[in-house]
Design a protein around this ligand. Structure first.
Ligand code: GRF
Length: 206
């Protein structure tokens, strides 16, 4: 696969996206599920951004049309010729068709040492549990949330007096280094597979 095109899926402030751009991850698309700060970061970096707004698919309650939302996300990724999907603080659980469209090519970063503290409140739960060490995990995303194979993990200490905000920020400092590095390693692997011995001349074509 020559010149892997990465989509970053976001819902929040986008500081991890910002770090990925700073580390020159080839971000071809930023896709948001709600208006959020990450969209402005994409605009400032002149990266195309698409909003697939949950509000157009029933919002955040029981009437959310997950299948329809997933279908639209998959279409948008296809329209931008995306090869690799990197979730960076994405707040919507996607359905099976997305995983079928990108088998083994969806990554996630999570602010805890999985399998400990999966889910959206990982930092809060680690703090409430009184652990002295937590961390972050980069993993392959699968249908089951925060359960796919681990690619990289790093510990972060919990300090006396930490709040959810101070601890999450200390974890994110690590994520901003670990996630770009792991995504770039995955890109190297994908590009290497396509340009094995005798195939180097195909790298520039697409
Ligand atoms: C990160 O801690 C990520 O692991 C979690 O959401 C946070 C995203 O932060 N799922 P930001 O929006 O990139 O600042």
């Amino acid at each position: 696969m020559a010149h892997v095109r990465v989509a970053v899926l976001v819902s929040g402030t986008g500081s991890i996206l910002d770090a990925m751009l700073a580390e020159e991850v080839p971000v071809a698309l930023v896709l948001a599920d709600r208006p959020c700060g990450a969209v402005a970061i994409a605009a400032a970096a002149h990266v195309p951004a698409e909003l697939v707004d949950r509000l157009s698919f029933g919002g955040f309650g029981g009437s959310f049309d997950r299948a329809g939302f997933t279908r639209r996300v998959t279409e948008v990724l296809g329209a931008h010729d995306v090869d690799l999907v990197a979730m960076a603080g994405f707040g919507t659980v996607l359905a099976q068709p997305l995983f079928d469209a990108f088998p083994g090519r969806i990554l996630n970063t999570h602010p805890a040492l999985l399998p400990a503290f999966p889910g959206w409140h990982a930092v809060e739960e680690a703090l409430a549990a009184g652990v002295t060490v937590t961390g972050c995990t980069v993993h392959l995303a699968t249908l089951e949330t925060d359960a796919g194979p681990v690619l990289a993990q790093e510990e972060v200490p919990v300090l006396v007096g930490d709040t959810v905000e101070t601890l999450h920020e200390r974890i994110k400092q690590v994520e901003r280094r670990l996630y770009p590095a792991t995504v770039k390693a995955m890109i190297d692997t994908l590009e290497g597979q396509a340009s094995g011995p005798g195939r180097a001349d195909t790298r520039a074509r697409r």
